[in-house]
Design a protein around this ligand. Structure first.
Ligand SMILES: [Mn+2]
Length: 336
């Protein structure tokens, strides 16, 4: 772990930069604000450095990220596989942002990338990275991959390539991964970076508004339903969870991102140390899970050990093949 790139890493990066013409930037499944923010930021910066760059994501993003410049240029493997594969084959360099196992892109995209591997950079702040890239910039002490992209660019002296679209994207990643600067991982340096971006013209208020004040009526009602009807609390063992079936999600015409943050609401209750959110996948074969904790309770280990997932100490996710009832049963059993 290092907050700084080594001299040999910088030399490798400079060598790559001299050779690269066409770059594909990847992030993880169910992309969030940091996934899209770090990816679009690096795309803009590489484009300003005279490179062709495109972002390929495994599946759809919440539509409220449409304010980000370059949003419309993103290629989604789930709906535009052919175009994504053409970009992958034609590229001479890959960047992997905000994830550290190729599996996090899904089995099929991961296999295609591996079969067409190029020199690559991996920039990420999750635990236990795989060492598959020529340049691995991995450090769990950063708030977000977006903050790491800023350091990566400054440490390689391409600061002049950071334009307003790149700053909007990086700020989005920092804000969403820190729940608006509230998590312990936020440092004075995080605020200094934001201050520097504001001096260079970043306007923060419209970004908060676009992310947090543009909920649809359906999303707000789904939140209300989940909290009043579906929240299960075990006060004795200090945990709470919400589980939603596909039928319930359809009733509220669920869109990607609509259930984001529900798990944090469960955790916000007095006396609750661990919160979970479960939702059935649309094909009904599996359950997606999110876990949050307060203090030392390590949900990364919990998600890795039992839920085919991982993440950070206080925020992690996973996926279980099986029914919603099976997931809830397992969770209750593990929490005893
Ligand atoms: Mn992140």
């Amino acid at each position: 772990m290092a907050r700084h790139l080594s001299d040999s890493q910088k030399q490798t990066i400079a060598k790559h930069l001299a050779l690269m013409h066409k770059v594909v930037i990847f992030s993880h499944q169910s992309p969030d604000g940091d996934a899209v923010g770090s990816s679009l930021a690096l795309m803009h910066i590489l484009q300003n450095a005279g490179k062709q760059a495109v972002v390929v994501l495994p599946d759809a993003l919440p539509s409220y990220y449409a304010y980000l410049e370059g949003f419309e240029s993103i290629v989604y493997y789930s709906t535009d596989k052919e175009k994504a594969e053409l970009e992958i084959v034609a590229a001479d360099h890959f960047c992997f942002l905000d994830f550290n196992h190729l599996d996090r892109m899904g089995t099929s995209l991961s296999a295609f990338v591996q079969a067409n591997m190029k020199p690559s950079w991996m920039i990420d702040h999750h635990q236990q990275p795989t060492d598959i890239s020529e340049v691995l910039f991995s450090d769990v002490t950063f708030t977000s991959t977006s903050e790491m992209v800023y350091h990566f660019v400054i440490q390689n002296n391409w600061g002049s390539c950071i334009n307003l679209p790149a700053m909007n994207a990086m700020y989005t990643g920092i804000v969403t991964d820190t729940a608006s600067f509230r998590f312990p991982v936020v440092t004075a340096e995080t605020h200094k970076i934001v201050a520097e971006m504001m001096e260079r013209g970043l306007k923060h208020a419209p970004i908060h508004q676009a992310i947090y004040d543009t909920q649809t009526e359906n999303r707000l009602r789904l939140t209300g339903y989940a909290l009043s009807e579906k929240l299960v609390v075990n006060h004795a063992n200090h945990y709470a969870y919400i589980a939603l079936s596909e039928e319930e999600l359809l009733r509220f015409q669920h869109q990607p991102g609509d259930t984001e943050g529900l798990v944090n609401q469960a955790l916000s209750m007095q006396g609750i140390q661990i919160a979970a959110f479960f939702r059935q996948t649309s094909d009904l074969t599996a359950v997606k899970c999110s876990f949050r904790s307060k203090g030392d309770w390590d949900v990364n280990v919990f998600a890795r050990s039992h839920w085919n997932g991982g993440g950070h100490r206080n925020a992690a996710g996973g996926k279980l093949v099986g029914s919603l009832e099976e997931a809830i049963h397992l969770f209750n059993e593990l929490m005893q």
